[in-house]
Write a protein that binds this ligand. Sequence first.
Ligand SMILES: [Zn+2]
Length: 99
Amino acid sequence: MRQHGKLEYGGHAAPQRTCVGCRVRTAKSELLRLVRVEDHVVPDLRGRLPGRGASLHPSMSCLELAERRRALPRAFRVPGPLDVSRVRAHLEGEPRNVM
Ligand SMILES: [Zn+2]
């Protein structure tokens, strides 16, 4: 007897975002949302800060890639460089293994 192949997603695919560092599309829930506060980029840990956001894998290599490509000023549509020290501190303080 044959069964219908049923998708397990409940009709919707999980929302996806593109990482500003490595540009890989990933489920939104696995990415860190970043927002801009004046000249600083800060991690939006609760996903509640207003304004334009950018998504980043919570990994230092993606942050470095984003910096090297100046992806963050582009993502936030500002001309100048942005200070990512708070994102960096957050990533450094994060335990590497969250699984
Ligand atoms: Zn990435």
